[in-house]
Unconditional design. Structure first.
Length: 122
């Protein structure tokens, strides 16, 4: 399967309530997109995220951090959105922040794929 597809079988779930402090309450490897509803770069990146085929065994989760009362900005020291991250057994192990005025691109998801695949069995 290629890196991207035209249609994704899974919905863009909001996983903002799946955290206990800095720990993600999901087992295994989870690719996370931190996003907000007011950011034009986030909104345009959602289709790229949706079409990205995560590596086998890696779940995808979209986390809307628009609600500042949930403290995700501070907990994960997120300087800019969109940001993609890899969690393994609840722990943050890799992350790529968006770039000011640019956001993220497909190459960032390729880097996320490489990070997930290089951590086989962890």
């Amino acid at each position: 399967m290629g890196l991207f597809s035209r249609h994704s079988p899974e919905p863009l779930e909001d996983g903002s309530d799946r955290f206990d402090g800095p720990r993600l309450d999901l087992p295994g490897k989870v690719a996370v997109l931190f996003t907000v509803d007011w950011c034009p770069f986030c909104r345009s990146y959602e289709s790229t995220w949706r079409d990205w085929n995560a590596p086998e065994g890696v779940q995808k989760l979209r986390v809307d951090i628009s609600d500042e009362s949930k403290h995700h900005w501070e907990t994960f020291d997120i300087p800019i959105v969109p940001t993609v991250a890899l969690f393994e057994n609840g722990r943050l192990t890799w992350r790529q922040n968006g770039r000011a005025g640019l956001g993220l691109g497909k190459k960032d998801l390729e880097a996320l794929r490489q990070a997930a695949e290089s951590r086989e069995g962890t």
